[in-house]
Design a protein around this ligand. Structure first.
Ligand code: R5P
Length: 296
C-alpha cells in the first residue's frame, strides 16, 4: 500500500498507478491550538507500506506529520515501513556555522532513526559538509537523483548546440557532473558567496560560456537569489540560451516572478515539491528503487 502525507499525496497517487498498488488513506488535521492530528484510515496490518511526504512549505509541520505517521504505521502492525521524503528539509544546516547553533540535519536524522523504518529514500539531498547521509540517517537511507530525469526532459525539448552545464556554486558540482554526462557535454561551476538569505554574489572564473548554450543545474531554488545571480553572471559573459533546472523548486516568496524576469529559455523543476515549474516527475526514479527493494 502507498500513503501520501500533505506534501506527498500527488506522488503517492502517481506511484500507486505506476506500481498498480493500493492507495491508502490518512486523515491529517490541525486542532485549534495548532497541534497535528493524524489518523491512518486504511488497514495496514501485515502490509508493506510506503509513506511519502516532502518536508516543505511548512517544514516544521511536515516533520511532525511525517514522524507521527511513520511511528503510527509501525504501531498499527505494518510489516515493512518505507519512508519517501522527496525533499529533505534542514539539509543546509549541516554544521555549526556560528557558536551555539543547532546542527539541524543531525537532529532530524536522530528523530528518523528513533522510528526504525526499514528504508528512507530521498531525492538529491543537499550534501555539502556531510558527504554520506547514512552517517546521519542510518544504513537504510538512500539518496536518489532526479538529475537524469531533468536531463531527459532537456534533451527531449531542446536541440542544444555547443552547450555547457553550469552549477552555480561549489557543492552543485555533484549535480552538474551527472547532467553533463547525460547530455554528453562538459561542465563548470561558479563561485558563490552568500550575503543574506535572499542575496548572493557570484563570480564566474574559469568557465567559458561565450556564445554557448548553458544548462544550469542546482538542487534547490528557494528565494531565487542564487539563480538570479548566476544567470546575470553568465549573461555578462556572453552565454546564448540559458535553461535553468533544479530538483526542488521551493520557490518561496516572490522567487517565481523574480526568475521569470530573467533572460532564460526555460525553468524546469521536479515534483518533489509541487510548483508551477514541476515539469519532471520523480515517480519513475522512486518506482525503480522501490521495485528493487521490495523484491529483496
Ligand atoms: C545552497 O547552496 C543550495 O544548493 C541552493 O543553491 C540554494 O539553497 C538556493 O537558494 P536561493 O534560491 O535562496 O538562492
Amino acid at each position: 500500500m502507498v500513503l501520501g502525507g500533505t506534501m506527498g499525496l500527488h506522488l503517492a497517487v502517481r506511484i500507486a498507478k505506476l506500481m498498480n498498488i493500493e492507495l491508502g488513506d490518512i486523515e491529517v488535521k490541525k486542532f485549534p491550538d495548532g497541534e497535528t492530528y493524524i489518523r491512518v484510515k486504511s488497514n495496514v496490518e501485515g502490509k508493506n507500506v510506503i509513506y511519502i511526504n516532502s518536508l516543505q512549505r511548512n517544514p516544521n509541520d511536515q516533520v511532525i506529520e511525517t514522524i507521527y505517521t511513520l511511528e503510527t504505521l509501525r504501531d498499527l502492525g505494518a510489516e515493512k515501513v518505507i519512508a519517501i521524503i522527496p525533499y529533505m528539509a534542514y539539509a543546509r544546516q549541516d554544521d555549526r556555522f556560528n557558536p551555539g547553533e543547532a546542527i539541524s540535519i543531525r537532529i532530524l536524522g536522530k528523530l528518523f532513526r528513533s522510528i526504525k523504518v526499514d528504508r528512507i529514500y530521498t531525492i538529491d539531498m543537499h550534501l555539502h559538509r556531510i558527504r554520506d547521509p547514512r552517517e546521519v540517517f542510518g544504513e537504510g537511507f538512500r539518496n536518489l537523483t532526479a538529475v537524469k530525469e531533468l536531463a531527459k526532459y532537456v534533451k527531449k525539448h531542446y536541440n542544444l548546440e555547443n552547450t555547457v552545464v553550469i552549477g552555480p556554486d561549489e557543492e552543485s558540482e555533484q549535480w552538474a557532473k551527472i547532467m553533463a554526462e547525460e547530455l554528453g557535454v562538459d561542465f563548470g561551476v561558479l563561485e558563490k558567496r552568500r550575503i543574506t538569505a535572499e542575496q548572493v554574489t557570484i563570480e564566474a572564473k574559469g568557465v567559458n560560456v561565450k556564445e554557448r548554450d548553458v544548462v544550469i543545474v542546482d538542487d534547490i531554488i528557494s528565494t531565487g537569489g542564487t539563480i538570479e545571480a548566476a544567470v546575470k553572471a553568465l549573461g555578462n559573459l556572453g552565454a546564448r540560451n540559458i535553461i535553468v533546472t533544479c530538483a526542488h523548486p521551493l520557490l518561496v516568496g516572490n522567487a517565481l516572478p523574480r526568475l521569470l524576469k530573467l533572460n532564460i529559455v526555460d525553468l524546469i523543476g521536479t515534483d518533489t515539491v509541487l510548483s508551477p515549474i514541476s515539469k519532471v516527475s520523480v515517480a519513475p526514479v522512486l518506482v525503480e528503487a522501490l521495485k528493487k527493494d521490495l523484491k529483496t
